[in-house]
Design a protein around this ligand. Structure first.
Ligand code: FAD
Ligand code: DHB
Length: 400
């Protein structure tokens, strides 16, 4: 390590910007193939570990985490689900993904995935800087790209790498480092949001319930045998201050059909609540020179299809293979095709998330509502339609 005037410089094969699921999993997959990396994260370890986010893992994500050596706790503490329920007033139907497409899904919070990956990285002894600031990316078009930042002790650092992985989410500096002239942005907004709660109460259902209702969408999910996660559709400009715990539980009871057919929703203490904006967003290409984008840095989906975390995992499975092929084995074909290959799945999941969102959220007029109900009835009555939903929800193979 050489020190110039006031910047401490070092080198590594790969700098990974962002310690969300994409960055942490990439560092683990590279380490298993003996490719070193340095991980930079703007937040503290505690902050990253305490973020409540996604909860559903596709079967291919589960297989990937297992292959990455971080699947044991997931297999013992996660909950395997055969499918989901689709519901609208007076009707609830189970879609059995195992029967339909031979694949299940697992309920295991992103918080737990993050914990397992952070532990693995610490065990591997790979370098990580948390609480960094002023992160900037340079010389992406040359063969010695550099990341500059200030560490948690206020030391200005510069790391030169062979490749930079931009895993820093929607708000990070990696995507904006790509010049406008080579980047195309594809965006779609939705006039509603999700209000989500984490509740200290046993789930009232064995598998997730996605409910269409004239008042708006509701979802009953869970994190464990004793903790539930539930969501209701609210207006995009709504304020969490408008939603007391009682109002949220009342809305959930109505939209989820409390009392119908003897089913009851059990309310409980709300541990956390917040409003999540919804958008579809894709930035192309996912590579510029020596910078490779993965996860939310390159694309955002609305949460209805439970795809955000799974898509981030699928990107880094491809990226790890491509970087190992190049940096360790000297082949460039996989880095050259990374963006096109990743984007095939990204657009598939972007379409599926948009389709699920449009089918289940109340918007438009009464005519639109009738079309939504016609579509829901078709999905539960046609094996072909049900298998289409199942194939997408339970997950396409890596490299689709
Ligand atoms: P992130 O998890 O966003 O990680 C990016 C990391 O980069 C963060 O740790 C961030 O702090 C760091 N970073 C940012 N700027 C810098 C910088 N300058 N320098 C260094 N590091 C930086 N998906 C679902 O499927 N279901 C859900 O229920 C769901 N709920 C969500 C709720 C919320 C509030 C949010 C924001 C997302 C949710 N998602 C959900 C989406 C899912 O969590 C993401 O798709 C997933 O986290 C993507 O992982 P990632 O690693 O690409 O990005
Ligand atoms: C959860 C989130 C989702 O977006 C979804 O579709 C299903 C479950 C969850 O947080 O548990």
């Amino acid at each position: 390590m050489a020190t110039s005037a006031s910047v401490t410089s070092s080198q590594t094969p790969v700098v990974i910007v962002g310690a969300g699921p994409a960055g942490l999993l990439l560092s683990q997959l590279l380490d298993l193939e003996e490719v070193d990396s340095v991980l930079l994260e703007a937040r503290s370890r505690e902050y990253v570990l305490n973020r409540i986010r996604a909860g559903v893992l596709e079967s291919s994500t589960v297989e990937l985490l297992q292959a990455a050596g971080v699947g044991d706790r997931l297999r013992s503490e996660g909950m395997e689900h055969r499918g989901i329920y689709l519901q609208w007033p007076e009707e609830r139907h189970h879609l059995d993904f195992v029967d339909l497409v031979g694949r299940s899904v697992w309920i295991y919070g992103q918080t737990e995935v993050t914990k397992d990956l952070m532990r693995a990285r610490e065990t591997a002894g790979q370098e990580a800087y948390y609480d960094v600031s002023e992160v900037s990316l340079h010389d992406l078009e040359g063969d010695r790209p550099t990341v500059r930042f200030v560490d948690s002790d206020g030391v200005a650092r510069e790391i030169t790498a062979r490749a930079i992985a931009g895993c820093d989410g929607y708000h990070g500096p990696s995507r904006p480092a790509i010049p406008d002239r080579v980047q195309q942005i594809w965006e779609h907004g939705y006039p509603y949001s999700w209000l989500g709660i984490l509740a200290d109460v046993a789930p009232s259902t064995d598998e997730l319930i996605y409910a269409w209702h004239p008042d708006g969408f509701a979802l009953h999910s869970m994190r464990s045998e004793s903790v539930s996660r539930l969501y209701v559709q609210v207006d995009a400009d709504d304020d969490i201050a408008n939603w007391s715990d009682d109002r949220i539980w009342d809305a959930l009871a109505t939209r989820l059909g409390d009392g119908q057919g003897g089913w009851r929703l059990t309310a409980g203490p709300v541990l956390e609540k917040g409003i999540l904006p919804m958008r579809s967003f894709v930035a192309t290409p996912m590579r510029h020179g020596r910078l490779f984008l993965a996860g939310d840095a390159a694309h955002i989906v609305p949460p209805t299809g439970a795809k955000g975390l799974n898509l981030a995992a699928a990107d880094v499975a491809l990226l790890a293979r491509a970087l190992v092929g190049w940096l360790r084995d000297g082949r460039t074909d996989l880095v050259d095709t990374y963006s096109d290959t990743a984007l095939r799945r990204v657009w598939r999941c972007t379409h599926f998330s948009w389709w699920m969102t449009n089918m289940l959220h109340r918007h438009g007029d009464d005519f639109d509502a009738q079309l939504q109900l016609a579509q829901l009835r078709w999905v539960v009555r046609s094996d072909a339609a049900a298998a289409g939903l199942a194939e997408n929800y339970a997950g396409l193979p890596i490299g689709y």
